[in-house]
Write a protein that binds this ligand. Structure first.
Ligand code: HEC
Ligand code: HEC
Ligand code: HEC
Ligand code: HEC
Ligand code: HEC
Length: 399
């Protein structure tokens, strides 16, 4: 009775042993490839700088009240909790390094990545991080992501007034810091690409050496940076840009890149006139293309012509953005983003209309992603997808 089972059990045991051995042996020959790109690696573990009790934004905010309040409005503060990011992260196709620009500090990451088995991005060699701080993870791109290195607060002056360790490093706190995350071009797998060229676009454009990421997105001011301290040069920390919110309660500040001119703006037309409207958009204020960064963003220009009763007579849309094909091989199909300084004219040409009163409505809206992608990612009905950045309505008569 026992015997009957003895042999199979023993052989399974031996098999298990030999498997373990092979595994052990394989471990020896397994090639662990070192990480090389900056975004494959986390910023090394940081200790709480001398004089402070924590790395959390809220605690920096006990003294740096305004910086904290401004940062809370920023997209950076939402870089981890963003629903779209979380939905994408859960996909098997999302490799380990997705998190390195969204929660850059080792302290924010649950695992330490030692390398890649056989160089395969889907086989990171992981180790539990004993110093993982779950609360700091929620803060995304937080104060310490930019300000703590070598266990010290990196600042622009090296002030001696601070109760915490400070090191002056203007090279670190330069646009190079921004570009380390805002510029990445890599085809990760045949169906996954990282494509952000905001840094390259800026270097190739007219603002290079005139204005940079920091001068536009962190405007300068003069104020005390801690209540009771003397005023000094300071920079706003709300990182205003597109203005597209991340949730119904998120109210990011806006920088408007585009200027809008509509012509002609006549009040009366004759029945034989064709109606020609021209809307000109100029990317006057951005130091890079618009949209920039995430290839899913786009701008829609819309014209809706209605009669007196509100019936739509005609409707036209134009899109500025990129088109990508994701399967079978990731590939950019087209791109009509606006270069810095570039103008785009849309002409809406209508056939002569019958006598009567009409209303025409023009609008320009900015979009984070399409309703189809939002649905596919199950982002829910309250996830903000777009907002109207500019609109104009006017009435005219055909006599
Ligand atoms: C107990 C109060 C306090 C806390 C907490 C605190 N700071 Fe400060 N910090 C100061 C004071 C005071 C100064 C100097 C003010 C001055 O120079 O006018 C300062 C200066 C700075 C500077 C400017 C350094 C430079 O080179 O000019 C930075 C950057 C900074 N703090 C970041 C942080 C960050 C990030 C945190 C959280 C991890 C933090 N601070 C927490 C009080 C504090
Ligand atoms: C650690 C990586 C990292 C660094 C460093 C970084 N960013 Fe970002 N930034 C991001 C990510 C990721 C987002 C998007 C977060 C999201 O959409 O959830 C973002 C968003 C932004 C946005 C908001 C865009 C919008 O309208 O939605 C601006 C503006 C911005 N960053 C500017 C800067 C500037 C200026 C610097 C340098 C001072 C900088 N960033 C440094 C990763 C980084
Ligand atoms: C995306 C990067 C980034 C993040 C996040 C960030 N800062 Fe800064 N911070 C900077 C840069 C860059 C400067 C230096 C600007 C300069 O050279 O004038 C700066 C300057 C400062 C200064 C010096 C005074 C001033 O206003 O210029 C303080 C204080 C400061 N930051 C505190 C904070 C606190 C507190 C947080 C979090 C609530 C935070 N920062 C988040 C990039 C960042
Ligand atoms: C001359 C000023 C200027 C400079 C320089 C500049 N930006 Fe911008 N940026 C803008 C404006 C204005 C917008 C708003 C675009 C819009 O209308 O939605 C913007 C938008 C963005 C966005 C949001 C992307 C989008 O299309 O929704 C990001 C991210 C960003 N900037 C990052 C950067 C980084 C990183 C740098 C440095 C390499 C930089 N910017 C340099 C003015 C500037
Ligand atoms: C090189 C740094 C970097 C890496 C790596 C990275 N991101 Fe991002 N991510 C950014 C920046 C910068 C933005 C800001 C959006 C922009 O520029 O328009 C962003 C924005 C996003 C957004 C918000 C989109 C929007 O329009 O607001 C999502 C979602 C996202 N990333 C997902 C991912 C996923 C999934 C991965 C891994 C495949 C990943 N990211 C890897 C830098 C990075």
């Amino acid at each position: 009775m026992y015997r009957k089972y003895y042999i199979p059990i023993a052989s399974i045991f031996i098999l298990a042993l030999s498997l373990a051995y092979i595994e052990f042996f394989m471990d020896d020959i397994k090639v662990i490839v070192q990480l090389k790109n900056s975004w494959e690696m986390a910023v090394p573990h940081q200790e709480v700088p001398q004089g402070l009790t924590s790395l959390k934004a809220r605690d920096c905010g006990m003294c740096h009240v305004q910086h904290y309040e401004e940062w809370q409005k920023s997209t950076h503060a939402n870089a981890w909790t963003d629903k779209q990011f979380q939905a994408e992260l859960k996909k098997e196709s999302s490799p380990f390094m997705c998190i390195n620009c969204h929660i850059p500090l080792q302290n924010q990451q649950e695992y330490i990545i030692k390398g890649l088995e056989d160089g395969d991005i889907y086989k990171p060699v992981k180790e539990k991080n004993p110093h993982f701080d779950a609360e700091l993870q929620l803060e995304g791109i937080t104060c310490v992501s930019c300000h703590v290195r070598d266990n010290k607060i990196i600042g622009p002056t090296g002030t001696t007034l601070a109760p915490h360790a400070v090191k002056k490093d203007t090279e670190h706190l330069s646009e190079k810091l921004c570009i380390s995350c805002h510029n990445a071009t890599a085809v990760v797998t045949p169906t996954l690409a990282c494509s952000f060229q905001t840094g390259d676009e800026w270097k190739a454009g007219p603002f290079y050496k005139q204005k940079n990421c920091i001068s536009c997105h962190m405007p300068e001011t003069h104020r005390s940076i801690v209540a009771g301290m003397p005023e000094r040069k300071s920079r706003f920390h709300s990182f205003p840009a597109s203005g597209i919110p991340k949730s119904p309660t998120h109210h990011p500040e806006r920088l408007e890149s585009l200027t809008f001119t509509l012509s002609p703006n006549k009040k009366t037309y004759a029945t034989k006139d064709s109606l020609i409207f021209t809307l000109e958009l100029i990317n006057a204020n951005a130091g890079h293309r618009v949209p920039t960064g995430n290839p899913e963003r786009f701008i829609i220009t819309e014209m809706v012509l209605k009669d007196k009763k509100g019936n739509i007579i005609s409707q036209k849309q134009e899109r500025i953005g990129e088109h990508w094909e994701w399967h079978p091989i990731v590939k950019k199909i087209s791109d009509n983003n606006l270069n810095p300084g570039e103008s785009r004219k849309y002409t809406f040409n209508e056939k002569p209309l019958a006598k009567g009163s009409y209303t025409i409505h023009f609008s320009v809206s900015k979009h984070r992603l399409t309703p189809e992608s939002a649905k596919y990612n199950k982002l829910g009905a309250d996830y903000p997808l777009s907002f109207v950045a500019w609109e104009q309505t006017y009435d005219f008569e055909v006599k």
